[in-house]
Write a protein that binds this ligand. Sequence first.
Ligand code: ADP
Ligand code: MG
Length: 727
Amino acid sequence: MSKLINNSELNNNELNKVVEFPINNKNTINKFFGNNSFNDAVMRERLPKNIYKALRKTIDEGAPLEPEIAEVVANAMKDWAIEKGATHFAHWFQPMTGVTAEKHESFISPTHEGKVIMEFSGKELIKGEPDASSFPSGGLRATFEARGYTAWDCTSPAFLKEDNAGVTLCIPTVFCSYNGEALDEKTPLLRSMEALSKQAVRILRLFGNTKVKRIFATVGPEQEYFLIDKELFKKRKDLMYTGRTLFGAKPPKGQELEDHYFRSINERVSAFMRELNIELWKLGVSAKTQHNEVAPSQYELATIFTTANIANDHNQIIMEYLKKVADRHGLVCLLHEKPFSYINGSGKHNNWSIATDDGQNLLDPGSTPNENAQFLIFLCAFIKAVDEYPELLRVSVANPGNDHRLGANEAPPAIISLYLGEQLTNILEQLKNGSTAKCTNGHCYLEIGVSTLPPLPKDSTDRNRTSPIAFTGNKFEFRMVPSSGTIATPNTVLNTIMAESLEQIANRLEKAEDFSSEVKKIIKEIVEKHMRIVFNGNNYSEEWVEEAKRRGLPNIEAMVYAIPHIIAEKSKKLFEKHGVFSESELKARYEILLERYIKQIDIEAATMLNMAKTQILPASIKYSEKLSDAINKIKSVSLELDCSSIENILNKVVYNVRKLVDSIDKLEALMNESSALHNDKYKHACFSREKIFAAMNELRKYADTLETLVDKDLWPFPTYGELLYSI
Ligand code: ADP
Ligand code: MG
């Protein structure tokens, strides 16, 4: 059923107005939660029963989707969207740029009377062909066959985006090349979920579960961010071009007093959070917790966990809305991992677990001996996975911003390890020694298949906050994820390495004559071989770096050195076997990451040079002029007057100006040198890291010293103190 466009309807549509949803006793959250999401409730209500059932089968079990079904769904989706004011639809996808992409198309189709009807076909729902030649493809798509296509991902609900563009129906899609090679972050994530499901179901069958059809990776991310005043932001080219400050002297007050953490949220920020929550709730994004974080002007938002795919889409939506809503409040949201030196940066805690289609959390120890044994198998599979593929986990969280954070005593080190807590570690150690595991409080013991595991502590006070991957009672919290990055990549790796471990275990268990004793044997072997990855101590300490080296754990300190692991033989074998990445897709990602790193450093260096030459130097020179004038004037009153202290200041300014000019010349020379390396991307990226980055730090030193010397009125941009305490 098509509907004629009605002008007054369009005008009546109050766009972008959150006041439409004031929360009061009549309009409680549950009344508008998910109103802009084409979720299960809407589908159930609007689709004929047989169509709904068929679509659910595709969503829940991965059954292929028939074109006739898509046709009906498209029509229902269109009617629903138009009723809510939509004029356009867009395939919404996640190319390898780190942000989402969309191309809006209106629903209109002309009639012979010079009018339009609103149309949206099954074909348009299922497949789109954006002219996608300008997205990074890492060589997967030569320009002469630049076509990429988007394909509907029906496992993540379509949603309506309301903003000044109007109301747009956004359809989550994957983005592939003409040959079906992944050009995005979502495709590999979906493939990895499939691989994990397949292997986990095998294990569950062995434990006697005949009902489960699929398992899902579940993810609940915690998103950190900064808010600063928009007017101040606009005065800083570094923030505008790179998302982080490239200059800035240490402010008199940073986070020393730890008085920002969990502090009552100020009104301006509260108003922003309230509007953000309402926007997210309308979209069906379950914004749950919010608080002030450690650094001044730093905050956090966490959602309730859901399947990895939806969590990933929702996290992208969250990042977009953080920026959008901040803008409406005269604020700017900084998602960069390290916007400011001297204070903490931002990350994302990726809480990850696996659950059956009927909601059983497989990382929950359970309360029966059988559940315990099954839990220990999944737990050990994870331990083995992390110990066997630490490099892949490391590269999955690598981005230029995270290089400033990991290992800087505010975030986990670059060394991957696992925190299990004392009790669980003890139990595993005892199982390794073949003895019956005893619980620390004495009255519970465990021999797999005989008795039950003691309840494991889920109390957050007991947690190790320094661990990169911590077991927190019934899930793993992967804490190295960059705040601005997609969570698709780390979850793709977590899912795939887990699938590999489970496959190896399932292969053995399926052949075993005595199931129970094979389970024990496997656990014992894994504990013997892989417990080196478990570390319950302080990950920020120097001793751990030494200890990790002794244990043979890799310490990959920067993004550039992590990237080659993507194309290592071991990775190719793993990803190809589980159908997550082909060799050419891996090669493409390798190229794209290197390129992204090189470009990011180039942009940062160019911004630094620009600011140093056109802002910092002129201000400093002007100040030296002012000092010289002062000296001359004083001397003109009487030569007897002692100007040495002013001369001293002048001396310092002139010295730092000279050093700054030297550093500028040096950085420029290095940038010229680096552009000659464009034929060898890896070499080029290493040069950026080792030479350009170092030269940038050197330049910054002199500029920051000048900031502490030069007249405040002459300083060309807001300082750290102003940026961090403006709201
Ligand atoms: P905190 O770490 O602040 O104590 P919680 O333990 O409640 O908070 O959870 C933190 C995050 O972990 C939330 O986003 C939550 O939804 C998510 N989470 C909880 N259980 C799971 C699970 N089984 N799988 C994935 N994420 C989960
Ligand atoms: Mg956390």
